[in-house]
Design a protein. Structure first.
Length: 199
């Protein structure tokens, strides 16, 4: 989430491990886009660091397949598995990879998704809506708007379709393990992380 000022370093090799197949998907947190929008770009890229974010020459890439049900958290775990493999390849012959680095043209930059795309209005949302946001943003969390709270960032979501007597958008319980919130067609259990004050 932060750029090291490479122009101020005096090192022979400086590399970054990036969680897409560059040059596509430059940016601070591309996993939310990989989940549903660009599954063909699942992979790890190791590139030489330059003053421009994620634009250095590509040294090593490791693509990987995803299962149909993979969301943010599952892709994150696959990155954990493939990144060391890519790094071992680089370190086994670092001079070769730097001598043969690739400077692909074009590419894309994916900004941090706006809060509006990460917000669930419990008064109108379905269980499918909640599970979709959870799959897309995983451990990053999303913002939940209930009838008595400002949008609150939440994580660790489970949701179930069921008939209930609660008004949609109502926090039905505040438990030690999180909240239970009524949706239009079921219940959502989630863990608040912090309160987001309205702008």
């Amino acid at each position: 989430m932060h750029r090291i000022p490479i122009e101020e370093l005096n090192v022979r090799y400086a590399v970054n491990v990036h969680p897409t197949l560059l040059p596509e998907g430059r940016g601070p947190n591309p996993l939310a886009y990989l989940t549903f929008d660009y599954p063909q770009l699942n992979g790890v890229s190791i590139h030489e660091m330059t003053p421009e974010l994620d634009q250095g020459p590509i040294l090593v890439q490791e693509p990987f397949d995803r299962d149909p049900g993979d969301g943010f958290d599952e892709i994150f775990l696959k990155l954990w598995a493939y990144a060391p493999r890519a790094l071992r390849r680089l370190l086994d012959d670092v001079d070769h990879y730097f001598a043969n680095k690739q400077n692909p043209a074009g590419g894309s930059y994916w900004p941090e998704p706006p809060q509006a795309e990460r917000t669930l209005d419990a008064a109108t949302a379905t269980v499918a809506d909640a599970l979709h946001l959870h799959a897309r943003f995983g451990q990053l969390g999303f913002f939940l708007h209930t009838d008595d709270e400002h949008p609150t960032q939440v994580r660790a979501t489970a949701a179930s379709r069921c008939q209930h007597q609660y008004p949609p958008g109502h926090v039905t319980a505040r438990l030690s393990r999180g909240w239970i919130v009524a949706l239009t067609d079921g219940l959502l259990q989630t863990q608040p992380t912090f309160h987001h004050k309205p702008v």
